[in-house]
Design a protein around this ligand. Structure first.
Ligand code: FMN
Length: 194
C-alpha cells in the first residue's frame, strides 16, 4: 500500500501538536504495516501555490500543476492528514492543496444526471487535528476543519474516513501535557485499525 502523509502545520515537528499525534499514529501504523510505503508531504516546506489563471489555462489543455498533482494523489491508497484548526477551519495551504487535487476527470466526474461522482473509490483517510480551544455541542456546529476534509474527501469518493482531534491545546496546556501519554496511547490504538 502507498500512504500519503499530508502535514499542514507550519511548525517544526517538536512544537506542533497535530504533528506529534500524527507521528505516534504513523509510528504505530508502520509497526503494523511494515511493507507499506509512507511518503510525507510537508505542505509549508514544499510549498503549495494557489490556483491562478495560468494553472487554470493549463487545466483546459489537460496539463499543468492541477493535472499533475491530482494524478499523483490518485497513486496513493491511504491518506493521513494532520492539521491545526485555523479560524474554525483548516490552514489556507491545505485548502490550496485540495484545490489542486479536486479535478474533474481525475478525482471526480459528473454522472449522467449531473450528479458528481467520486473517482478516488476504495481509498481510506485518517485526519489528526489539533485545536486551541474546545468545541462541545453546540459549538461543534461551527467547526469546519475536520468536517471540510471529511466531506471534500467524500466528494472525491473517499468514504472510509476517520479522525482524532485533540482539543484545548492552548486553553489548558498543562492538562494536555499531563494527559499526553494517554492521548498518544489512544492514537496508537486507532492506528492499529487503519
Ligand atoms: C492563525 C491561527 C488561527 C487559529 N484559529 C483557531 C481557532 O479558530 N480555534 C481554535 O480552537 N484554535 C485556533 N488556533 C490555535 C491552534 O488550532 C492550536 O494552537 C493548534 O494546536 C496548533 O496546532 P499545531 O501545533 O500542530 O500547529 C489558531 C492558531 C493560529 C496560528
Amino acid at each position: 500500500m502507498k500512504v500519503l502523509y499530508i502535514k499542514a502545520s507550519p511548525k517544526p515537528k517538536d512544537r506542533s501538536a497535530s504533528h506529534k499525534i500524527a507521528e505516534a499514529f504513523i509510528e504505530e501504523y508502520i509497526e503494523n504495516n511494515p511493507k507499506d510505503e509512507i511518503i510525507e508531504l510537508n505542505l509549508t516546506e514544499k510549498g503549495c501555490p494557489y490556483v491562478n489563471y495560468e494553472i487554470l489555462c493549463d487545466l483546459v489543455e489537460r496539463k499543468g500543476l492541477m493535472v499533475k498533482t491530482a494524478n499523483k494523489f490518485m497513486e496513493y491508497d491511504k491518506f493521513i492528514i494532520s492539521s491545526p484548526m485555523w479560524n474554525l477551519s483548516i490552514p489556507g495551504i491545505l485548502k490550496s492543496y485540495i484545490d489542486l487535487v479536486t479535478v474533474k476527470g481525475i478525482t471526480f466526474e459528473y454522472g449522467k444526471l449531473g450528479i458528481p461522482v467520486g473517482l478516488a473509490k476504495g481509498k481510506k483517510a485518517f485526519y489528526l487535528g489539533s485545536r486551541g480551544g474546545g468545541y462541545p455541542f453546540p459549538l461543534s456546529l461551527i467547526t469546519f476543519d475536520m468536517k471540510y476534509i471529511k466531506y471534500i474527501f467524500r466528494f472525491i469518493g473517499i468514504k472510509d474516513f476517520k479522525s482524532f482531534i485533540l482539543e484545548n491545546v492552548d486553553k489548558s496546556p498543562e492538562k494536555i501535557k499531563q494527559n499526553f501519554e494517554k492521548t498518544l496511547k489512544e492514537v496508537r490504538k486507532l492506528a492499529k485499525k487503519f
